[in-house]
Design a protein around this ligand. Sequence first.
Ligand code: DC
Length: 304
Amino acid sequence: HQCLAYKHAPLYHDTLLFSTCKAKNRYVSAWDTGRFDRMGLRERPQSHLALPQERNPLQAADSHKKYYIESKQKETFLMVLNIAMDGPVGAGKSSIADAVAKRLGILHLDTGAMYRAIGLTALEKGVPVQDEQAVTALCQALSMTVGHAADGQHTLVDGRDVTGFIRTPEVSMAASTVAKYAGVRAAMVALQRRLAQETPMLVDGRDIGTRVLMNAPVKIFLTASAEERARRRYQEMVNKGMDANFDDVLRDLRARDEQDMHRAVDPLRAAEDAVTVDSTNLTFDEVVEAILRIVADKTGGAWA
Ligand code: DC
């Protein structure tokens, strides 16, 4: 096992990292790099995590504990905090995950965007999404990159930023279909694990707690009633000036729930050690606070 440290992603350039490591119950600021050398870490955390620029770096370094260091067989391991968040479509995962990650000063990885990018690519290349073999071959041939900039996550396929094209209803349905295929999932799970081991992040999806990050110290299952989820999605579309019909939204949402929960490979379900948060009767801020309390609780207050 190697010492894990930050690796620069291409889009991180103008961002900063402030980290505090826990070594044998001592907290060590990442600024104090000399200590890292003395602790024998081969790599040092580099400066690059997305934190709001207006924040005082030293305060941020004090209040955010990004790494856990564990001593094992005389080797020092630097471990990265990962939070797994799963739940059905429309539970507010993406925006809640964004808010929670921001409060903790860590990145948010939206894995749904990755399945969407594959769905989009299949549609654009005229590969039938129902054709498992063809979609799997397409997925194995393409190169996907995920990076984070000040305005959030960017998902790239063969170097092209597809972020602006993956939120249409057609792509949503295509994503749900391609996400059923074992070959597609294997490729995405591998990429997600690689990203999460390099950087402290909150990862949101359907199988994060049950498969991608089975050992994540914090697992959240965020849900809400189907009607409430449809109502929110409908409102969101209306607010964006889109042509929306509530019954269609509810029907699509139930169809996607059905497909996501009943597929053979890694269906959507709560991990046994996940804490369920039902947001049906909670405001946005209440959900964020509830999750932050769970994070603080599960990390012994280290990430309060
Ligand atoms: O969260 P989302 O709506 O952007 O996800 C798009 C589709 O991808 C959704 O139908 C479920 C699927 N998905 C998945 O199977 N596993 C994940 N980790 C994330 C999303």
